[in-house]
Design a protein around this ligand. Structure first.
Ligand code: 8YV
Length: 323
């Protein structure tokens, strides 16, 4: 640090991270570690004040085009600790000559694991059964009561067959499921692994017993409209670990109330954390608070990957995970 407090090449960790990630940031960069999730104004203010070169960010550091127009001249990289970066205007920041990176791959398995947990709980009424037990059970249920839907052998439609979509397909094959997918482009046969490709989502929807979203938010806009939900077979199940922005939540709630959907498993919402409380009133929805990547192993790996990108850029190398 210079006498005037400037830290040339310095690093700011602008979101709360695990102790292992904080320790590595201190060791490698002598980084400034925040004790609270910063806003973009706060983080960029510190970068400017201290002449820092890198900021490690998360979903709450919503860097906009307005911020990108006046980024601190010392800043060289914005390293997200997430694979999604729809919380910031990455194109504007890149256009300002600053590298933007994310953390693909390291969260693929945990996200697919949680997506499958949502799928199983939605089909097998996990929330309702759990509520019955926590209320003491005490009332026996008869042979035809409280029945769920079988998962094994059903047809799963995957929207977005990237790393996480393919990991979801792999888990579905373990359950003897037929896998269909819609994607911007068809995958090579070895990656398809027998999954059936649909260039047109509307052609795939009527074939899906269960539909799961695995595409980035942002450019796709609101994909799951009332029309899209209506194209699913009556009694289908819907799963979302991608982004709430992909879904018309009024249409989803209506489909769940009308029985068009048997159930849904949701980890992401249009507004977070102040999600639409109408979901909490529905018995046939299994809900989690955007925790698909929330495991010790994965959150450490996401943080370490962000720091690896910082190290690469600050040592004049190309970023490892440029967006
Ligand atoms: C993050 C995610 O935990 O990586 C992503 O895109 O949605 C999650 O893994 C979330 O963005 C919070 O940072």
């Amino acid at each position: 640090m210079r006498g005037d407090g400037v830290i040339p090449g310095g690093v700011l960790v602008a979101r709360r991270v695990t102790e292992a990630v904080a320790e590595r940031a201190r060791q490698r960069f002598g980084a400034i570690i925040t004790d609270h999730d910063m806003t973009a104004d706060e983080a960029l203010g510190i970068v400017a004040e201290k002449g820092l070169a890198a900021v490690v960010t998360g979903g709450k550091v919503r860097i906009t085009a307005a911020h990108a127009a006046k980024l601190p001249p010392s800043l060289r990289i914005v390293a997200n600790t997430s694979v999604g970066h729809d919380h910031m205007d990455s194109e504007a920041v890149k256009a300002a000559g600053v590298v933007v990176t994310n953390t693909p791959d390291v969260l693929t398995d945990c996200t697919a694991d949680l997506a499958f947990m949502l799928l199983l709980n939605a089909c097998r009424r996990g929330h309702e059964y759990e509520a019955i037990m926590r209320a003491g059970w005490r009332k026996g249920y008869g042979f035809p009561d409280n029945l769920g839907l079988q998962v094994s052998g059903k047809t799963l439609g995957i929207v977005g067959m990237g790393r996480i979509g393919q990991a979801m397909a792999q888990r579905a094959r373990g359950f003897g499921m037929t896998v269909l997918y819609h994607n911007r482009r068809r995958l090579p046969a070895e990656q398809e692994a027998g999954a059936e490709y649909f260039a047109d989502l509307n052609e795939m929807l009527p074939r899906c017993d269960i539909l799961s979203l695995h595409l980035p938010g942002g450019e796709a806009g609101t994909l799951m409209t009332a029309e899209a939900f209506a194209r699913l077979p009556r009694g289908a199940v819907f799963v979302n670990t991608a982004r709430g922005s992909l879904v018309d939540e009024d249409a989803l709630i209506e489909a769940l109330k009308s029985g068009q959907l048997f159930a849904a498993g949701l980890d992401v919402f249009r507004r977070e954390p102040d999600f639409d409380l109408r979901f909490a009133e529905l018995p046939n929805v299994f809900l989690t608070p955007h925790v698909a990547s929330a495991t010790v192993e994965t959150r450490n790996a996401m943080g370490f990957k962000a720091l690896d990108n910082v190290a690469a850029v600050l040592s004049g190398k190309p970023p490892i995970d440029p967006v």
